[in-house]
Design a protein around this ligand. Structure first.
Ligand code: URP
Ligand code: ZN
Ligand code: ZN
Length: 462
């Protein structure tokens, strides 16, 4: 065998047990109690957890957005992923006006292919629904892009899709089993409220907190409720990205009872932070859409992860450094929206989920790896530790204690929303398709090693 991981605790979506794991080329070749024989490299995983690599299905690397470009590009963003135990990411190919959806995908692939350091896939983002869009979606699905994403906001950025397009996309995926992701916020009311607070007096008085005042919970849950209605009416599968409200979790829970095909994702920022961050001196740094909500919302989202109302944790990585964030100059509508995150997903979810008894170890593996792989149509190659699966593995040290500092991270970000957080556990070795790509938080892989993942339609139920 090329690599033997000895004496670890294998942790999967189904449970944990002690075993050795052997890798031949890029696949898992054996998992059993005591594997002997000749091996190229032996890794002693005594006292460590051996898990399927995390899969972050929501990243925006080198995204032109809010008048700048997100600071982690495909190269550094995927190096950061590797350092954090993430072996696959899914980014977005956002259609420009007048461009075909297929051209948008080809252009984004051309930006990524030479740079990516772990495996990657793309969600195709229709922004200009037309007579050919449905056929393009079907063609993309047959070429391995089975997930699509629609923004219910961002009109002035030219990325919005209205209800007619969302309804049509859901009808389209219902024909071949694909999935439509939505950024669910109620654009009309949201824009009205943003305008209401967009005046000198309020901005002086409230600063970055205007971002909170203009986005009450109903601006998310009304949009979730509408999108769920279209999913129920069409039979199309829906994936709610970056869900931030407790009410959202309630809507999804009730939709599950009615048999609607809907999954929800949340992110570490909605689980671990609350909107008091916007009152801090540097509160503008935390601006992301949807904005961070209350502790009560976070509690309901944790509960949702445990019960299955919320299926995945992804990061919505969209890194802006302090210089980029400073573009706001006191105007909350001009803050580049987004946070760094891919590198800290797994250690945060482990430390604040498993160690704090919010998630079982099994649930952690499900929500950061197996469920994303199942929903996005790449299971069991990804998201699984089984003979024949890709050797995408993180050897995780549950005894490593670290105080999180952006200075120790690979990301190009010069701050972290989780600065100073105590981490009780950290990835020790990350293996992507049989290759060691990071050790003890340092990148050891190769630029361009990552492969584009061709996907199938994902699961309807988990
Ligand atoms: O503020 C965010 N989340 N920026 C990235 C774009 C998006 O809405 O996901
Ligand atoms: Zn979004
Ligand atoms: Zn996003």
């Amino acid at each position: 065998m090329d690599v033997l991981i000895k004496n670890g605790t294998i942790a999967t979506a189904e449970g944990s047990y002690k075993a050795d794991l052997a890798i031949e080329k890029d696949k898992i070749a054996a998992i059993s109690r005591n594997i002997e024989g000749e091996h190229g490299k032996v890794i002693d995983a005594s006292g460590k957890l051996v898990m399927p690599g995390a899969i972050d299905v929501h990243v925006h690397l080198q995204l032109p957005f809010c008048g700048t470009v997100s600071a982690d590009d495909f190269e550094n963003g995927t190096k950061a992923a590797a350092c954090g135990g993430v072996t696959s990411v899914i980014d977005f190919a956002i259609q420009k006006k007048g461009e075909t959806l297929i051209d948008a995908v080809d252009a984004r692939k051309a930006e990524a292919d030479e740079k990516v350091c772990v495996d990657y896939a793309l969600h195709a983002v229709p922004t200009d629904w037309g007579v050919n869009t449905a056929a393009e979606m079907e063609k993309l699905a047959s070429d391995g892009i089975t997930s699509f994403k629609m923004f219910m906001i961002y009109a002035k950025e030219g990325m919005i899709s209205d209800d007619d397009a969302l309804f049509s996309a859901l009808e389209t995926v219902s024909r071949f089993g694909g999935v439509v992701g939505v950024h669910a916020e109620s654009v009309r009311v949201l824009d009205l409220l943003i305008e209401r607070y967009h005046n000198e007096e309020d901005m002086k008085k409230y600063g970055a907190f205007c971002h909170v005042l203009s986005r009450p919970n109903f601006t998310e849950y009304e949009a979730i409720s509408r999108a769920v209605t279209w999913a129920e009416a069409t039979g199309g599968k829906l994936y709610i990205v970056h869900m931030s409200t407790g009410e959202g979790a309630e809507i999804v829970s009730k939709a599950h009872e009615r048999g609607v095909k809907v999954f929800a994702e949340t992110c570490p920022q909605y689980l671990l932070l609350d909107d008091s961050v916007f009152r801090k001196k540097d509160g503008h740094l935390y601006a992301t859409c949807p904005q961070i909500k209350s502790k009560k919302d976070a509690d309901r989202l944790w509960e949702g992860l445990a019960t299955g109302d919320v299926s995945t944790i992804a990061t919505d990585t969209c890194t802006f450094n302090t210089e980029q964030k400073a573009m706001w100059k006191g105007d909350f509508t001009k803050i580049p929206f987004g946070l760094p995150g891919v590198e800290t997903l797994l250690p945060l979810a482990y430390s604040y989920g498993v160690v704090n008894n919010r998630l079982s170890l099994q649930k952690l593996v499900q929500t950061v790896s197996t469920n994303p792989a199942k929903i996005m149509g790449m299971y069991p190659e990804k998201g699984s530790l089984a003979v024949g699966s890709d050797a995408d593995i993180v050897i995780f040290d549950p005894d490593r204690q670290i105080k999180l500092s952006h200075k120790d991270l690979q990301t190009n970000c010069d701050w972290s929303p989780f600065e100073g957080y105590e981490l009780n556990g950290y990835p020790d070795v990350t293996i992507c398709r049989g290759k060691v790509v990071a050790e003890r938080g340092k990148f050891t892989g190769e630029t361009g090693f990552g492969k584009f993942i061709k996907r199938r339609p994902g699961y309807d139920e988990l």
